[in-house]
Design a protein around this ligand. Structure first.
Ligand code: SF4
Length: 813
């Protein structure tokens, strides 16, 4: 259809058919007031504040719902329009407390702004006054329904974007308000406390408790940061006043979270002000920690590590980096450990994701996420299996819901009922631990019904024949017996996934033995390869990690055998490159992984350990055994923000800066490198990790010359082809997804367009192992599939010191 020309306030514009008058006006920069309009929700024209005058139309029209027409002439501020808007405002004021002097929303309230704009100071309507509920019963926010203007945005967001459906319009007529069914306290509802209702409330009806009495919007500084919790890396603005965070808001234009957050991002930042923070270096003396100066602590660390290495050799030292620390911190950490002559550097948290990494590397050649988070919303089919993104990665859950709303076929294969099932087309309540069998069954149907992408399989993959031989056994009938599903359910799900032009798979990187471990991930990759659903936009396999910089810490070479971005140390050229750049000889010896070091009954030979921001004693596995291991070390130094279970066993504890206190970059699970600005001065004697590492390196006698994180980043980018085109200057304008090999490269939205990192995609013949179901390794699959995230040990260290520990309905906090 051809474009439509119209005139708004004397200005001509050409827009696509179907555009509303409001949208056309906004394209011209004309500000039509709105209360109930939200671009993410279906417009309903309820509030009437957006009315405009259209020449030759009998009545004023609500511009948010009225489509443009050819030759239309619109006036957005005519006398008639202004008079109508005054009436709307007057009606609202008739029943709105006029306590703007003390209202927390002052300065950000649309009602206040529009009353000012149209000079409405009071109401001309006099009558009964509402006396509705004031709900103060939860830990996060207050609900003052006397201030609610019934715009319905909170209801729409809660139902359509979040899927919580915790609130709706309740009661009728004059006493209509918004709340949980039967006006129960919000805490007893299905509210997930994501704060989306608060962030979108145009008035002061919903106010976060943390902001109360702390400061006006114009008194705060807004500092961009990256959420410190899961690996989606949502963009947030920290609102700072007097060196205190007094609020958080989502970044509207973020390509990651598009103005959305979950409970952790919205409310979970208060740990930075916890009284439990370690604020000075501590050295254990007669079993008791005593505060010492930085000089004393560093001196002690250097002497102790040198002593251990002189007695037992360089490989008696091991370092554990942190998936919560920045890229710069992790880069310098592994550089220091390697400069001390050993490749024993790893992350304990990463080992929870080792299965996922192994599976992805084997199939595609690279462990990183194939596609971007936003692409999920545009796909034609989604298979959610072995995961409950609503609790583990809520923003990903929102995108899955969005895809379903746009017509994507949604298959949800989880043992227990989860909320995503409500919007699914196919719910497969399979038996716990039978996920791999189901995936093989889906592949069987796809091949049997000729739904595979033969051209893709032929040109881009290898190993198909062996794979086919294996899945031939997994007929729908056989898989039905294993999974408890029906053969027809399995066929229908396979058709849904394979028939879509673009399809994505969503699972969780914390897959475990019970779910099928690396074999399960390979099975998922098989499915994507079989249908050509990888290497294209809005396809791929999504296995997001638990911690916010797990991707970045792995990228930074916190790994025994890889330096940055998986450059393998067995390659002499890689060793040479880094040795030359660092001015030290990089050991040719393979390093020990964290899992190898902690293996029960084995003597790893590790005598000293330096742990930066990890807490292995509290992170799964045999906690008592790991605690004993730590106690038996000759020397243990831990750098952390809190006295964790691991730190309490250390000889030296160094205080660390929290995310809000330091400049640095973080890489999310879609490979997006993002800049986090410092918003606060650290407390006491606390310094950022990178500065501590630079100082420590100097005490060891290395000549490191970094004035700040930007210079650290420049060095790591110069040694890392996938990061080579990324710089702080570019990141100040927004994140960049690696591979980004040159200064003018835009970054890479999705991987493997032309080839896989390993050349051809590899089909793997993987079998369902019924034994695995019986042998749980302590990481419950139930936690992945029906509850929270199984690998949130570091997050739990901080959530325990946050108001979000009050959120009873989620096991992810
Ligand atoms: Fe933070 Fe993840 Fe929640 Fe986003 S989805 S706000 S990154 S915890």
């Amino acid at each position: 259809m051809s474009a439509i020309n119209l005139t708004i306030d004397g200005r001509e514009i050409e827009v696509a058919p179907g555009t509303t008058i409001l949208q056309a006006a906004r394209q011209l920069g004309i500000d039509i007031p709105t209360f109930c309009y939200d671009p993410e929700l279906a417009p309903n024209g309820a509030c009437r504040i957006c009315v405009v005058e259209v020449e030759k139309a009998r009545a004023l029209v609500a511009s948010c719902v009225a489509p443009v027409g050819p030759g239309m002439v619109v006036h957005t501020e005519s006398d008639r329009v202004v008079s109508a808007r005054k009436s709307v405002l007057s009606l609202l004021l008739a029943n709105h407390p006029l306590d703007c002097i003390t209202c927390e929303k002052t300065g950000e309230c649309k009602l206040q702004d529009y009353c000012y704009r149209y000079d409405v100071a009071s109401s001309e309507y006099v009558g009964a006054i509402k006396d509705l509920s004031y709900d103060d019963t939860n830990a996060f926010f207050v609900r003052d329904m006397n201030k609610c203007i019934l715009c319905g945005i909170c209801v729409g967001k809660c139902q359509d974007v979040v899927g919580a459906g915790a609130i709706d319009f309740v009661k009728r007529g004059f006493v209509t308000n918004v709340g949980p069914g039967f006006e129960d306290p919000i805490e007893d509802s299905s509210c997930v406390f994501c704060g989306m209702c608060i962030d979108n409330c145009p008035v002061g009806a919903l106010i976060p408790k943390y902001v109360t009495g702390k400061g006006r919007p114009w008194q705060t500084e807004s500092v961009p940061a990256v959420c410190p919790y899961c690996s989606l890396g949502c963009n947030i603005n920290l609102h700072i006043k007097d060196n205190e965070v007094i609020g958080v808001s989502p970044v509207e234009e973020s390509p990651v979270n598009r103005g959305h957050l979950c409970v952790q991002g919205k409310f979970g930042w208060d740990f930075v002000h916890s009284g439990d923070r370690i604020t000075a270096p501590l050295v254990k003396s007669d079993g008791v920690f005593v505060e010492v100066s930085w000089e004393e602590a560093l001196d002690y660390i250097v002497d102790s590590i040198k002593d251990v290495q002189s007695r037992f050799g360089p490989d008696a030292l091991m370092g554990l980096g942190s998936p919560k620390a920045s890229n710069e911190d992790n880069y310098l950490f592994q550089k220091l450990i390697r400069s001390l002559g050993t490749n024993n550097v790893d992350s304990y948290t990463c080992h929870c994701h080792a299965s996922s990494v192994d599976g992805m590397v084997e199939a595609f050649g690279n462990a990183a996420a194939t596609n971007s988070i936003a692409e999920v919303a545009e796909t034609g089919a989604v298979l959610v299996i072995g995961a409950n993104p609503e609790e583990s990665h809520p923003i990903l859950d929102y995108r899955v819901r969005e895809a379903a709303q746009k017509g994507a076929e949604l298959v949800v294969a989880v043992p227990d009922m989860v909320k995503l099932v409500d919007v699914s087309d196919h719910y497969l309540p399979l038996k716990q631990g039978t996920e791999l069998a189901l995936v093989n069954g889906l592949a069987n149907v796809i091949i049997a019904e000729d739904l595979l992408d033969k051209a893709f399989v032929e040109k881009r993959t290898e190993g198909f024949d062996q794979f086919k031989k294996t899945v031939d056994k997994y007929t729908p009938e056989h898989v039905a017996e294993i999974t408890g599903l029906t053969a027809e359910e399995i066929r229908a799900a396979a058709r849904a996934y394979a028939s879509a032009e673009k399809a994505a798979i969503v699972s969780d990187a914390a897959v475990n033995k019970q779910t099928g471990g690396a074999d399960f991930v390979k099975a998922l990759a098989n499915l994507a390869l079989l249908t050509g659903n990888v290497g294209r936009e809005s396809t791929g396999v999504y296995l997001p990690y638990g911690e916010n910089n797990l991707q970045g810490s792995a990228d930074m070479g916190v790994h025994p055998n890889n330096v940055t971005c998986y450059q393998h140390l067995k390659d002499e050229k890689v060793r040479e490159k880094f040795s030359r750049a660092w001015g030290v000889r990089i050991s040719e010896n393979y390093g020990l992984s964290a899992a190898e070091a902690f293996e029960a009954g084995k003597n790893s030979g590790i005598k000293a350990m330096y742990i930066m921001g990890e807490n292995p004693v509290a992170c799964g596995g045999d906690k008592a055994q790991i605690a004993d291991y730590m106690k038996n070390l000759d020397f243990l130094v831990v750098q952390d923000i809190f006295m964790t279970e691991t730190a309490s066993l250390a000889d030296v504890v160094l205080p660390a800066a929290a995310f809000a206190e330091k400049l640095g970059t973080y890489t999310n699970s879609e490979r997006r490198v993002q800049l986090n600005q410092p918003a606060l001065e650290p407390p006491g004697e606390v310094f950022p990790d990178w500065a501590v590492l630079v100082e420590l390196a100097e005490w060891f006698g290395f000549e490191w010359d970094f004035a700040g994180p930007e210079e650290v980043f420049a060095e790591l980018a110069s040694l890392t082809p996938d990061y080579a085109g990324i710089s702080y200057q570019r990141l100040s304008e927004g994140g960049l997804q690696w591979p980004c090999p040159a200064d003018d490269h835009p970054g890479t939205k999705f991987l493997y367009q032309d080839s896989f990192s390993r050349g051809l995609g590899l089909f793997s013949a993987v079998e369902y192992d019924p034994e695995a179901e019986a042998e749980s390794d302590g990481h419950s699959a139930a936690c992945c599939t029906s509850g929270g995230h199984s690998c949130r040990c570091l997050s739990e260290t901080i959530t325990r010191r946050s108001v979000i520990s009050a959120f009873k309905n989620s096991c992810c906090v």
